[in-house]
Design a binder for this molecule. Structure first.
Ligand code: PLP
Length: 425
């Protein structure tokens, strides 16, 4: 954004003076507010309190007779896979249940691909001269950090309202055989809430790639995290990959971190039969079996897909007022000024705030001066570098409503302060 709607210079100067005054008053309040990470609030965690007493003494037998207290069952309980099969768009037979973190499963999948040949690969990724991943931006900082740790090169791809810019993606995967993966958060994406269009999903599934072992890392972290009354449905990538002759192309991930207990949920991996066999074969060297008691506890608690949907509506009742408050305050304080634009997501955990180019770091610094902690500017981009220094990620779920309102009002003051200063330069 290069121009504001604040009209002539006198008006701009007056606006800046007002922002200076408001910021000084904000600093004087000595606030201590945190908008950094997208964590569920304590009230959201309370929704799953009953889990702590489940499955309960004497209840340890799964539907197929498995004694959940014992070793074994690497793929996870079939009845739990059934519950998540629809939401994650993976047949239950092709789903694997992991530990409590999908990020850990993504990490381990990358490590396994580095160390053991993927179906269709010519060699292990560690034996490649170079491994690169495409990263739609803005995106999720932990995806980027995971790749950086293993020396995987990160190539930014611009996001559009329909998902990553597919013209760019198709060209890069066609031209460069070292591009081995792409990170995708296809529904209510982190941080801008974008949902991939059917056409984007189809092109990802069908595009020719120079690498025979190219994989789409489909992190469907917000598959059931709807805020709007009508849930968004996205196209079935696993099926589309198979239909287009690329059955092994996609790795689907998900978890109950923001459904039940963020620290004690269950995670999922879904893919083609060949990829599932590859993953389980490797996992068998790592563990004799997962925590099936936790899996059983989740089955008892959620019961079925309808139980899961009803539970998510209870989350929505708690968090929608928070998202509404952020949008209302941004509209009131910044609407029509041309100083910022923001997403109004239909689900997920984040709002993405775009300020004029070159202002994001300074807004975050000014907010910190006033005791408002924001995710570092740049975190939404590979290597922590937002070349336009423009995107700020806002995470509304964790603070209570009153704190959130104070924090967003304060953030709006910082945007006015920094953006008007920039426009006066
Ligand atoms: N994927 C995305 C897109 C996320 O936003 C998050 C958490 O914020 C995670 C994964 C972490 O998932 P988990 O708790 O299952 O490791």
């Amino acid at each position: 954004m290069t121009s504001s709607n604040l009209g002539d210079r006198d008006r701009l100067v007056a606006e800046h003076d007002r922002a200076l005054h408001d910021h000084a008053a904000l600093v004087a309040r000595g606030l201590s507010l945190d908008l950094t990470r997208g964590k569920p609030s304590a009230r959201q965690l309370d929704l799953s309190e009953a889990l702590l007493a489940l499955p309960g003494e004497g209840d340890h037998t799964a539907a197929d007779g498995t004694d959940c207290r014992n070793y074994g069952g690497l793929q996870g309980l079939p009845e739990l896979r059934e519950i998540f099969s629809g939401p994650l768009q993976v047949p239950a037979a092709q789903l694997v249940v992991g530990g409590n973190s999908s990020l850990a499963m993504m990490h381990d999948t990358v490590v396994q691909a580095l160390l053991s040949r993927l179906p269709g690969a010519e060699r292990r990724w560690v034996d490649e001269p170079r491994v690169a991943f495409l990263c739609p931006v803005p995106g999720y900082d932990r995806h980027f950090a995971l790749c950086e740790r293993f020396g995987i090169e990160l190539i930014p791809v611009p996001m559009t309202p329909e998902g990553p810019d597919m013209d760019v993606v198709e060209r890069l995967v066609r031209e460069d055989a070292q591009v081995k993966g792409i990170w995708c958060v296809p529904k209510y994406s982190n941080p801008d809430g974008v949902c991939y269009s059917d056409e984007t999903v189809r092109r990802l599934a069908a595009m020719p790639t120079a690498a025979p072992d190219f994989r789409v890392f489909w992190d469907n972290a917000y598959a059931v995290h709807h805020l709007a009354d009508s849930p968004v449905e996205i196209a079935d990538i696993l099926e589309l990959c198979a239909e287009n002759g690329n059955p092994d192309r996609v790795f689907v991930f998900g978890s109950t971190s923001k459904i039940t207990l963020a620290g004690a949920g269950v995670a999922f991996f879904g893919s083609s039969p060949a990829n599932v066999a590859w993953l389980i074969g490797n996992a068998a060297k790592q563990t004799i079996g997962p925590d099936k008691i936790n899996q059983l506890r989740h089955v008892r608690f959620l019961k079925d897909a309808e139980g899961l949907a009803a539970h998510m509506r209870r989350h929505r009742d708690l968090i929608r007022p928070k998202f509404d408050a952020v949008i209302r305050i941004l509209d009131k304080e910044l609407g029509g000024t041309g100083l910022a634009s923001w997403s109004d997501p239909a689900g997920g955990y984040f709002i993405s705030l775009d300020v004029p180019e070159g202002c994001a770091r300074e807004v975050v610094r000014k907010a910190a001066e006033a005791g408002i902690a924001l995710t570092p500017a740049g975190a939404t981009h590979p290597y922590g570098d937002d070349p336009l220094d423009r995107t700020i990620r806002v995470a509304p779920t964790y603070p209570d409503l009153e704190e959130l309102e104070l924090a967003i009002e304060g953030l709006a003051v910082c945007v006015r302060l920094v953006a008007t200063a920039r426009l006066m330069e």
